[in-house]
Design a protein around this ligand. Sequence first.
Ligand code: ZN
Length: 147
Amino acid sequence: MVLDEAIQGMMKLQDLDVRLFIVSNQSCVNRGLISEDRAWELHGIIIKKLADAGIRIHDSRLCTHVDQDVCACRKPKPGMILDLCNQYGIAPEESIMIGDSETDMAAGKSAGCLACVMIGTGSEAGDAACGDLSAAADLIQKSYYAS
Ligand SMILES: [Zn+2]
């Protein structure tokens, strides 16, 4: 399910001429609930839905490990963010992490992101909190792109 506000928010971000990436913990794979292929397949369905709505996700990383694997990618570790930054020549300090969990915020901070924006209220984990992705996009536009 991809929420309307999320689509709207990604549209707004895309209009700022930024590249959009997805980094996602998918421990269901290593817990044996679904296969890694299936995780990517489900992810592909989301990417396709977004594409149908006119949103281009530049690239994605999924961490299919569990805590016990002690991998470098599972959020709150910054591995997936750093990996994408490295691959695409992007400085983490010029990147913004948007997420809906404290582990997302921790991963962004650990990667050295310019800012971490929390979706949903009731947490102080991020640099800012917004009700939804659309509001987050507005905030980012106002904070970093207002001319
Ligand atoms: Zn991992």
